[in-house]
Design a protein around this ligand. Structure first.
Ligand code: SF4
Length: 436
């Protein structure tokens, strides 16, 4: 194992893992692979499926920011895995560069004829700037950007810090810059020519770094805005008080409901396949690679909605995937109750768990769906580490000593309102919480 490959114990416990900075979880190390503009080639899908079989536990997460995470990597396999990722061009020069490349791309970047801008090119340019401007490496770990090309699919629900959206104006395409003033609540601040958009985004990011020098506490844009005020942020970024007026973007489709299923008869054909509980097996990823390579344009697109898209599939090419969908191996329908639940592997896949979180999540999914008509409402966690979903959920069931503690509107490690529930008692508690 080379020095590069040795995991630094001081680093691996963070919540923002990468390939150079793997995170230790109950089922081994988690190695996150960040793909530029969310584009996964068919060949690369096969490679990653193979690496997951060889060095991991054949489970691959699709993260909420559209990254792939190989799970269950033993410490002695980290070096060989990183070496192979380097061969594939998937390893950054250092952990700081890797960590700052936090961009959620438009799922159909570069393919959507209705888009205002080329989102793929903008993602690549922003990524290059973040990697090369080392002053920006001081951004807090979770600080992120979203690029929305203004096309068919919106990214309104993605809780990152700065949003760059393509807009069509009378003067041609422009980029609207917005900052988050609360999770997924946006404040427009400037409109820039496309060629200046990366500079303006870097100005904002630099301002955050500078302001945090004075007070290291705020980590997300909405916290920075609250702590220092928007005026101070704009001044530090050199934006003045400005905001050019743009017409609001027309409402567009957003979320898993917008992409799951068969869209092969649309002008831009694709199929949307969800990862049950946010996780594929190596075999599923390999199948997606087969489909994309043999029956479509050779690309898989990752989304932040626990789903991938295979663009360019023709309706007559669908039969091979049908048996997998029929067997429930992919989420294909927008009303699939599994979309309401996120869970970790549980006792079958992790030595820290005392409950079968994944299987129990599946059992509870119909009840979880009754808590709200859309979105994720239930997190079933094998233990208080909450690996599968570090954020809050409407209801979290945290495994402890073979039973569940129930947390309302909180995280796996928050104070529970009920303790020591069996699966049946958990189901009963969920039933009581449902609004009808
Ligand atoms: S949350 Fe789940 S995967 Fe993470 S350590 Fe606990 S049991 Fe394991």
């Amino acid at each position: 194992m080379t020095g590069r490959n040795k995991p630094d114990p001081a680093l691996v416990k963070g919540w923002c893992p990468g390939a150079l900075r793997p995170m230790e979880t109950g089922d081994g190390f988690l190695v996150r692979v960040r793909l530029t503009a969310g584009v996964l080639s068919a060949d690369l899908a096969q490679e990653l499926a193979d690496l997951s079989r060889r060095y991991g536990n054949e489970l691959i997460d699709l993260s909420q920011r559209g990254n792939l995470q190989l799970r269950g990597v033993e410490v002695e396999n980290l070096g060989p895995l990183q070496d192979r990722l380097a061969d594939l061009g998937l390893l950054d020069r250092d952990a700081a560069t890797e960590a700052v490349r936090n961009i959620v791309p438009p799922p159909l970047a570069g393919l959507d004829p209705t888009a205002a801008i080329d989102g793929r090119a903008l993602c690549a340019a922003l990524e290059t700037r973040l990697a090369e401007e080392t002053a920006l490496h001081a951004l807090p770990a979770k600080f992120g950007f979203v690029v929305d090309d203004g096309g068919r699919l919106a990214l309104d629900d993605v809780a990152v810090d700065v949003r760059l959206s393509g807009v069509k104006t009378a003067d041609g395409p422009r980029v609207l810059l917005e900052v988050a003033i609360a999770p997924a609540v946006w404040r427009p601040i400037a409109v820039a020519p496309v060629e200046d958009a990366v500079d303006r985004a870097a100005d904002l990011a630099r301002a955050v770094v500078r302001l945090r020098d004075k007070d290291a506490a705020p980590r997300r844009m909405w916290e920075v805005a609250k702590t220092f005020g928007l005026d101070a942020l704009f001044e530090a970024a050199g934006f003045g008080e400005t905001l050019a007026v743009v017409a609001p973007l027309a409402p567009r489709l957003c979320g898993p409901e917008a992409v799951l299923g068969d869209h092969t008869h649309a002008a831009l054909p694709f199929i949307g396949l969800g990862a049950p509980f946010g996780r594929f097996t190596a075999d599923q990823l390999a199948l997606l690679g087969d489909l994309a390579g043999e029956r479509a344009i050779g690309e898989i697109r990752l989304t932040p909605w626990r789903a991938v898209l295979i663009p360019g599939v023709k309706p007559e090419k669908m039969p091979r995937i049908r048996p997998w969908i029929a067997a429930g191996r992919f989420v294909f329908a927008a009303d699939d109750p599994r979309l309401a639940v996120v869970s970790c592997a549980g006792a079958s896949g992790c030595r820290s768990a005392s409950v079968e979180a994944r299987a129990d999540g599946e059992t509870l999914a119909p009840l979880a769906r009754k808590l709200a008509k859309s979105g994720m409402t239930l997190h079933v966690s094998g233990c208080e580490k909450g690996c599968a979903h570090p954020g809050p959920a409407a209801v979290t069931l945290t495994g402890r000593d073979g039973a569940y503690d129930l947390v309302r509107d909180g995280r796996a490690w928050d104070e529970p309102t009920m303790r020591g529930l069996t699966l049946e008692e958990s189901a009963s508690a969920l039933t009581d919480l449902a609004p009808f």
